[in-house]
Design a protein around this ligand. Structure first.
Ligand SMILES: C[S@@+](CC[C@H](N)C(=O)[O-])C[C@H]1O[C@@H](n2cnc3c(N)ncnc32)[C@H](O)[C@@H]1O
Length: 423
């Protein structure tokens, strides 16, 4: 089996800025190994930048991707653009740019427009005029009204509208490069309002047009394409009926405390998400680091014994905050994973397969074999564990944290592919 690790060269595509769990080659091989027939349906409930859905489309397999983050849903949709549809990008992006230039003088930027924490007022106005032009010209009629939630707009966006949104995201990122740190998944607005970039409308439009053209090169040849749908949704309560999917190919967030919402905060600002909406999105993420809810101990007590054992060891660890913050963080992760694996069992057909990529981690000196724990949760919901393949990963993001060195010197991680089948 091929390692799921994403190589550096694969990160040079237009969606490179988005943290991705596994490589196209891995998704391709995995889908091929499933020997699915023409009517098969594949699901990725943590679809991220859409590697599963794009590779399924290329392989002629129908698929559905779900992700809670509307930014990643747009990225995944944009990658489904067919070669034929992509040909309309130059004309459509010029139309959007013209409309934005015309509208610029009349745009009334709200006092609380989230773009304002990243850009000067005039820069925010330039970006908002492009965004509202995409929405007005390309997003489904019923969602044209201002004030619609980001989720509605994203779900109503076609592949082509998504591609232009992503071109705008990349334009915005090109002006925020100076805020990028060594950890690529962490970005914060400038502290000092004077440091907010002040791009001119003309330069933003030129960049937007060139980013739109860049996206065209990554489209899918028409003859390869199959139906693929990507929607905003929560893996722990999927919006599908029972027994629909033949296979699940996915990679959930790991226990490495990566904040997938923070990583996309400039793009969420483009979509007009308020601070409150961003906080509530962060709270619903699997693996969230926001611990403000009450943990239902009765749900923890229903988790499989090996998971409870690890949770007890974390709770009893002598280091600071182990018994409260960290215990809650880990328990919440496993409770949500439990709900998601139950959902995945429900929405898959009899004899369905589930292939998940997960990475191990440490809590201080305590090794957390996530693959083993996920497989035990799976088996409690009728998923029989068939196979596990391990691949060493040279360096984790946790290894860049100097405090983790106090507990261990070896920072190599193991990425595992687990394969489960309906028991
Ligand atoms: C490891 S990434 C998946 C990467 C993906 N395989 C790729 O190649 O891009 C995990 C994804 O899960 C999403 N996510 C986190 N919690 C979720 C939830 N409760 N429901 C659905 N998606 C969620 C995150 O937004 C993130 O995009």
């Amino acid at each position: 089996m091929r390692s799921p690790k994403l190589t550096v060269s694969a990160r040079t595509a237009h969606w490179q800025r988005y943290y991705a769990g596994f490589s196209a080659g891995f998704a391709r091989d995995t889908l091929a190994g499933l020997n699915l027939d023409r009517s098969a349906q594949v699901l990725d409930p943590w679809n991220g930048s859409g590697t599963t859905t794009v590779e399924a489309a290329r392989a002629g397999v129908s698929s559905t991707g779900v992700d809670l983050n509307p930014v990643l849903v747009l990225v995944a949709k944009s990658r489904l653009l067919s070669e034929l549809t992509a040909k309309s990008i130059p004309a459509l992006s010029s139309e959007v740019a013209e409309a934005a230039a015309k509208q610029y003088g009349d745009v009334e930027l709200a006092e609380d427009d989230p773009l304002r924490v990243w850009f000067s007022v005039s820069g925010s106005k330039a970006i908002r005029s492009i965004e509202s032009s995409i929405r007005r010209l390309l997003v489904d009629v019923e969602n044209r009204a201002p004030g619609r939630s980001a989720v509605e707009v994203v779900d109503a966006s076609s592949d082509i509208a998504a591609a232009l949104y992503v071109a705008l995201f990349n334009t915005v990122r090109s002006r925020l490069e100076f805020l990028t740190r060594s950890n690529p998944t962490w970005i914060k607005p400038p502290k000092n309002p004077q440091s907010r970039p002040r791009p001119k409308l003309d330069s933003i439009l030129v960049e937007f047009l060139s980013q739109s053209i860049r996206i065209m090169s990554d489209s899918i040849p028409k003859n390869e394409r199959r139906e693929a749908t990507v929607v905003v949704g929560n893996a722990s309560s999927l919006p599908f009926g029972d027994g629909i999917f033949d296979a699940v190919v996915s990679s959930p967030p790991y226990l490495t405390r990566i904040d997938y919402v923070q990583a996309t905060s400039p793009e969420l600002a483009v979509l007009g998400c308020s601070g409150g909406q961003v906080r509530s999105l962060r709270r619903s993420m699997l693996g969230t680091t926001m611990m403000d809810g009450v943990l239902a101990e009765c749900t923890v007590a229903q988790l499989p014994v090996p998971v409870q054992d690890v949770l007890h060891r974390i709770r009893d660890h002598p280091s600071k905050a182990s018994s409260n913050y960290y215990y809650k963080y880990f328990a919440q992760y496993f409770v949500q994973t439990d709900a998601s694996l139950r959902e995945l069992r429900r929405v898959t057909k009899d004899k369905g397969t589930c292939i998940l990529v997960v990475q191990d981690s440490f809590y201080k000196d305590l090794h957390i074999d996530l693959a083993f724990l996920v497989a035990s949760i799976g088996s409690s919901h009728g998923w029989a564990h068939c196979k596990r393949s391990d691949f060493p990963v040279p360096r984790t993001l946790a290894a860049s944290n100097p405090r983790s060195r106090k507990y261990r010197s070896n920072h190599a991680a193991v990425e595992s592919v687990i394969q489960m089948r309906h028991a």
